[in-house]
Design a protein around this ligand. Structure first.
Ligand code: 6PG
Length: 470
């Protein structure tokens, strides 16, 4: 009997929690997983929600269990498995049914899937979901891409399951086709930069200020009551407080320093480079993860070069205050870059991305949720067309209040050999961006010298070549 109002395929951590969230919000959900034992385990764990869950052993049963027109959320590993799932579903579904890919898809794959499904009668939605396990269960941030009419059909359930910021749902339609997955990718790129800059500050505290994990936890906790107030700062404080049961050591001290990455950070960088919009803080964060994975080489290099001698340390509290401001300044650069990349993509793909809405639906539910995003939403509300966040009154004031700290931290880190590539690149970006007369005149001269590429004159007298080589 078709009593389910929606279906979820893929009962990994995210899919299972999303399905429970849907049931919790009063919707009847059909679920299916390729491995039947997982579906059974899920059904057994649904507890008091099991009345609103129909666990299906086959895809045929699953489709039959949902009332047409059927919204079906696919939450499987991004890439090939999504294509396989769509191919398997397609012959079983009817006109007007909606396939929603809720994984971390590359938006270019999403664009392709939109065109593949064109004319099939099926509707497709590419949906970014952020918030990890907890978010999926109790309210993620949801970024929707597809036809607006398709969004209207699933809006009630998606807003019901989404996080709420002061009662406002953190779910929105952001534009056609790949818009939702693109925005989710940039969300993750910013997440990489945010996490990297926090890790850099942690590195300065650990290896230069010689602070132990509990003292650092106290610093991060204190910061979470100020302008850096965010989920990532909160969990950093929490992580630093936890001890390993086996050794009694702070757990961070026994974790291998090699970061994983599944692709979204890298895609953010690739797309930003393709559009010629610098996202240096995100680039630095992705590169830092790659360098982190080169453990053997790093050990070899440390044996060869040793570590730089530490210069005299400043007063701890003064340094910590600078670190807080430096992190805020770095964060401004990273977010300014992420939003600038989205603005360029919006133009290129004709999405008309609503920047203010994006900032609003990131205020709760997602991994980068923070007080800061509320300020970004306000800044975009006042000036929706601003080309760069740093030029808004609120953020330019914030930069004026923090850039001296960033400068001191970058200088100090350099002198002490502390790697802070993301914070350093944020400063480099800002210093380049704020200078009307840069140094590319020399590059133009060089290009013209070796390749006769020509240059523009500052007096506006058109294209020229230099009188090189006599
Ligand atoms: C989120 C997270 C989520 C996931 C990333 C981690 O917004 O909920 O970003 O999407 O944790 O895939 O990505 P990496 O494995 O690349 O760090």
């Amino acid at each position: 009997m078709a009593e389910a109002e929606i279906g979820v395929i893929g009962l990994g951590v995210m899919g299972a929690n999303l399905a429970l969230n849907i049931a919790d919000n009063g919707y009847h959900v059909a679920v299916y997983n390729r491995t039947v034992s997982r579906t059974e385990a899920f059904a057994a764990s649904a507890g008091e929600l099991s009345d609103r869950v129909t666990a299906c052993a086959t895809l045929e049963q699953f489709v039959a269990a949902i009332r047409p027109p059927r919204p079906v959320i696919i939450m499987v590993k991004a890439g090939e498995p999504v294509d396989q799932q769509i191919a398997a579903l397609k012959p079983l579904m009817q006109a007007n049914d909606i396939i929603i890919d809720a994984g971390n898809a590359n938006f270019r794959d999403t664009m392709r899937r939109f065109s593949d499904l064109e004319g099939s009668g099926l509707t497709f939605i590419g949906m970014g979901v952020s918030g990890g396990e907890e978010g999926a269960r109790h309210g993620p941030s949801i970024m929707v891409g597809g036809a607006e009419e398709a969004w209207r059909r699933v809006e009630p359930v998606l807003t019901a399951i989404s996080a709420k910021y002061q009662g406002e749902p953190c779910a929105a339609w952001l534009g056609e086709n790949g818009a939702g997955h693109f925005v989710k990718t940039i969300h993750n790129g910013i997440e990489y930069a945010d996490m990297q800059m926090i890790a850099e500050v942690y590195g300065v505290m650990r290896d230069h200020l010689m602070m132990d994990a509990p003292s650092m936890a106290a610093v991060f906790s204190a910061w979470s009551t100020g302008p850096l107030d965010s989920y990532l700062i909160d969990i950093t404080a929490e992580v630093l407080r936890v001890h390993d049961a086996a050794t009694g050591l702070p757990i961070v001290d026994i974790i291998v320093d090699a970061a994983g990455q599944k692709g979204t950070g890298r895609w953010s960088v690739i797309e930003s480079q393709m559009m010629g919009v610098p996202a240096t803080a995100i680039e630095a964060a992705v590169a830092a993860r790659s360098l982190s994975a080169m453990r053997d080489q790093r050990s070899r290099a440390e044996k060869r070069f040793g570590l730089p001698r530490q210069q005299e340390r400043r007063d701890g509290q003064e340094a910590v205050n600078d670190l807080e401001n430096a992190l805020l300044a770095g964060k401004i650069a990273a977010y300014a870059q992420g939003f600038a990349v989205m603005a360029a993509a919006s133009e290129e793909f004709g999405w008309n991305l609503p920047m203010q809405t994006i900032a609003r639906i990131w205020r709760a539910g997602c991994i980068i949720r923070s007080r800061f995003l509320g300020e970004i939403a306000t800044a975009f509300a006042k000036d929706p067309e601003v080309p760069n966040l740093t030029l808004t009154p609120a953020f330019s004031t914030m930069i004026e209040q923090t850039d001296a700290s960033l400068r001191r931290i970058v200088a100090e880190a350099a002198l002490n050999g502390m790697p802070i590539p993301a914070l350093g690149s944020a400063l480099g970006y800002f210093d380049t961006y704020r200078r009307a007369r840069g140094t590319a005149n020399l590059i133009q001269a060089q290009r013209d010298f070796f390749g006769a590429h020509g240059f523009e004159r500052i007096d506006g007298n058109g294209a020229h070549h230099g009188p090189w080589g006599g």
